[in-house]
Design a protein around this ligand. Structure first.
Ligand SMILES: Cc1cc2nc3c(=O)[nH]c(=O)nc-3n(C[C@H](O)[C@H](O)[C@H](O)COP(=O)(O)OP(=O)(O)OC[C@H]3O[C@@H](n4cnc5c(N)ncnc54)[C@H](O)[C@@H]3O)c2cc1C
Length: 380
């Protein structure tokens, strides 16, 4: 794959790492305790350019290459899994707009995505459409000058503070996947209401919303691609999104690793640090090995995307492996802490809960296996 990161990439990753370590860890603990949205802290993220990471320079963004972007998401997640997913979803939407919006929409909205007050969200899931987004029931009826959209979206990350929503909706009723189209919705439009979903197990600083759309007008030029391309756009966005979630998982795993090592060195039993016991060393060795393996899978998938090659399977493999590894690692991190790992005074208790989402959203592990299996079958 050659050198994956340029010197500029490394400097940017280091700057984000320093910022995240200095600014996010304690805040993230507080967002978790109080179930408060990390969007209260968005201004700083905008100032750092993090909301314009995947926006091309011509539209005011940083045009960050995919491999470096994945490393940045990891560094954010090591300090706040909630901030990492907030940034990752926003940038995923930026990429969708760059690829599929008409030039007028692109030049109007992409520069805004780099400015405060313009958080983006991706709304394909519905109460009855999760792993099977093709069964989405939200309707977009053609009217003079655009569409009237009605329905409900569920589990929308960035869904309360967000302004720009990519929404999957049914523009036809022929019973095929070509019934679905992708539209860009300005949440300031009449007929939009959203509510925070509370009581999450982890990433409690990340906003998750349910959204209701009642006869919301969307102008015709906010159709992304063409009518009938909704599933194609959604699935291609998820390929990239999965690299982001895999990186989030590795970041959580990295934080677990650091907490484990710190605790194992300082906690003494039987007159010596528990780090001296081989059983504890093995947990740490397995953790570091899995983190390195996951990072290699992410780098490979990100490099393929960067090179413009097919990376669907590679992204699913990275997401499947990294997310499941993060859960094994979080389990070990609690184990190394013994009883202390079971109370929220210690960070591993939160990391254990935060890791859990990574095998669920942007396609469950079962869905990733389906994607990988299908690809392998196609290859014969
Ligand atoms: C915190 C959070 C944030 C989210 N953010 C977003 C967002 O920003 N935008 C968005 O659109 N969605 C979002 N989601 C939704 C998320 O992508 C879905 O929850 C996920 O795709 C699973 O869908 P589901 O919950 O309906 O589960 P279901 O699809 O009902 O699945 C339940 C179980 O059945 C299994 N299953 C389903 N189908 C199959 C099959 N064919 N073969 C084998 N097993 C199968 C699943 O793997 C799972 O184990 C979010 C969810 C959460 C919890």
């Amino acid at each position: 794959m050659g050198a994956l990161l340029t010197q500029d990439d490394s400097l940017l990753i280091e700057a984000v790492r320093d910022f995240a370590r200095g600014d996010l860890i304690e805040r993230d603990r507080e967002w978790d305790r109080t179930e408060t949205s990390c969007c209260t802290h968005l201004k700083v993220l905008y100032e750092m350019g993090l909301l314009g990471l995947r926006v091309p320079e011509a539209y005011g963004g940083l045009a960050c290459p995919v491999v470096a972007y994945a490393h940045i998401i990891r560094e954010l997640a090591a300090c706040s899994a909630s901030v990492a997913v907030t940034v990752a979803v926003h940038n995923m939407v930026a990429l969708i707009l760059h690829r599929f919006a008409g030039e007028e929409t692109r030049s109007e909205v992409l520069p805004q995505l780099c400015q405060s007050g313009n958080l983006a969200a991706f709304a394909i899931s519905e109460p009855n459409a999760g792993s099977d987004p093709g069964s989405a029931a939200t309707r977009a009826e053609r009217v003079d000058g655009g569409y009237r959209v009605s329905g409900s979206k569920f589990w929308v990350t960035n869904g309360v503070t967000g302004r720009w929503f990519v929404v999957l909706a049914r523009t036809d009723n022929t019973g095929t996947s070509r019934d679905l189209s992708m539209l860009l919705l300005d949440a300031n439009s009449d007929g939009v209401s959203r509510n925070m979903i509370k009581g999450k197990l982890g990433i409690r600083g990340s906003e998750t919303a349910e959204m209701s759309l009642e006869d919301v007008f969307i102008p015709a030029d906010r159709l992304l691609g063409q009518e009938g391309m909704g599933m194609r756009i959604g699935l291609s966005a998820l390929d990239g999104g999965r690299i982001g979630i895999a990186s989030q998982a590795v970041g959580i795993g990295q934080a677990c690793h650091e907490e484990m090592v710190r605790y194992a060195r300082q906690r003494e039993q039987f007159g010596r640090p528990i780090a001296d016991f081989q059983a504890v060393q093995w947990m740490i060795a397995d953790t570091q090995s899995e983190l390195m393996a996951a990072q290699q899978l992410i780098d490979k998938a990100a490099w393929l995307e960067q090179e413009g090659r097919d990376y669907t399977q590679a992204a699913s493999m990275a997401k499947l492996y990294a997310s499941e590894a993060a859960n094994r690692i979080a389990y070990r991190a609690v184990q190394v802490h013994g009883g202390s790992g079971y109370v929220n005074e210690f960070r591993v208790e939160q990391l254990y809960r935060d890791a859990r989402i990574t095998t669920i959203y942007e396609g469950t592990s079962e869905v990733q296996r389906i994607v990988i299996g299908r690809g392998l079958r196609r290859e014969g």
